[in-house]
Ligand binder design. Structure first.
Ligand SMILES: [Zn+2]
Length: 157
């Protein structure tokens, strides 16, 4: 696939060029995971991340170059306060009520590596501290780690 395809959205986040392929582009990439002849990295986890991002409009899966353009790394972004914030999705369990769900944590230094990133990784990670840390969506107690987004509780009848 060519990165100049009109269906692929291009944007710059923290100075790094990020591609947002359309749903149809992702389907083609599942069959042939190459863009401009560079392979997609971490293929085992990228498709579950894509499925998750399709469920929640505020979660976006993009691709950015790393290792001097040798490969495309998947990056997950949370649309928060008009910013696209780099996050790591992780499953947490509340120690008070046993709620278990996906959460988004920006406090992982590895999120801030990539070609073209124009600020120090630690500075970018520290800047993400401005977002409020969210409590358990079920009981309101403090969750472990540093979630700035939590999967909503699925209410059952
Ligand atoms: Zn709880």
């Amino acid at each position: 696939m060519n990165s100049n395809k009109p269906s692929i959205k291009h944007t710059y986040i923290d100075g790094q060029q990020i591609l947002f392929p359309s749903q149809m582009d992702w389907e083609s990439l599942q069959l042939n995971p190459l863009i401009d002849d560079s392979p997609l990295a971490i293929l085992d986890s990228i498709w579950s991340a894509l499925e998750f991002a399709q469920k929640y409009p505020e979660i976006h899966l993009g691709l950015g170059k790393i290792s001097s353009g040798k490969k495309w790394m998947p990056y997950i972004f949370l649309d928060i306060e008009s910013n696209f914030q780099r996050v790591h999705l992780e499953t947490l369990t509340c120690s008070f009520c046993n709620w278990r769900g996906k959460t988004a944590n920006p406090m992982i230094i590895g999120l801030y590596f990539g070609d073209g990133i124009n600020q120090d990784d630690f500075t970018l990670m520290k800047a993400a501290e401005r977002y409020p840390v969210l409590p358990c969506p079920s009981c309101g107690n403090r969750l472990p780690r540093h979630p700035i987004w939590v999967e909503p509780v699925n209410y059952k009848d």
